[in-house]
Design a protein around this ligand. Sequence first.
Ligand code: TXD
Length: 316
Amino acid sequence: MARSFQRPKIALIGAGQIGGNLALLAAQRGLGDVMLFDINDGMPQGKALDLAQMGAADGFDVSIKGTNKYADVAGADVVIVTAGLPRKPGMSRDDLLDTNVKIMKDVAQNLKQHCPEAFVIVVSNPLDAMVYTLKKVTGFPKHKVVGMAGVLDSSRFRLFVAEKLQVSLLDVTAFVLGGHGDDMVPVVPFCSVGGVPLAQLMKKADIDAIVERTRKGGGEIVNLLKTGSAFYAPAASAIVMAEAYLRDSRRVMAAAAQCDGEYGINDLYVGVPVVIGKGGVEKILTVELSAEDNKALQISASHVRELVGEANKRLG
Ligand code: TXD
């Protein structure tokens, strides 16, 4: 059977701070043709035109278009959803639930109609409740709907460890599991520096400080920026996930996936170690956690379940 050499189509629902950077990164990596969607009239078209005009200088040659019509995202292979309000100083991610669950329902209804075969990566906050909402409203299979938070949180943890030890962050591996909130779970025994367990290289007090800074990593940036939340690292983190799907690279990473019994958690999206390849979330890796980390994961999951309960009340 002839193989299709058509470039993948990547739809970005939300063309704001993260959406614009997603488009740039996808183009620079040649992941496929990009369609930026937003309800803000003209904005996705303007960003797309500006990005397209960058191609000659920067050396990429993919199609980048912007639209306010969902029909234009039809047939996308990958959809990355950043539609929704970001935090302002003093706000928790949970404070966004009321507004963003309504937005997520609208996005999901449109994706169900226009992109039924897509691998959907949800970024909008509160992340775990938003990815649950999108999965519930679209009815897409659970392996085709995933949330981006763990790659970002793990990336923050890796940076802080690398800075403290004065080593390359490329040699630091880490996993941050659980909900994308202040009770997320940096699993310290899974952190290694060049294969050496972190606990052999750093005092517990310093590790604890990095765990705390990672948990508050989003708020630290919100307080500095004052006008919104992080967007460069979240965009790069979502692109890692999209690339693993499009290139079938079976990357192992932390991501919000639907657990149905894994880690003793049922019918809930929460950050766990997954394998992402051409089948989407191909596997949830069920690994042994210390009693302390497992307890922390259960506490984080119970917070996610409360948020999902609030989302369900609004979904009716
Ligand atoms: O790790 C993570 N998952 C988080 C996610 C990391 C950082 C930011 N996190 C969340 O992503 C943040 O709290 C927000 O909920 C989303 C998007 O953040 P971003 O910084 O990109 O927000 P912007 O710049 O406000 O962009 C949001 C866009 C904006 O252009 C709106 O016009 C658009 O969303 N929007 C919509 N697009 C489509 N459809 C609807 N209904 C809609 N409503 C708003």
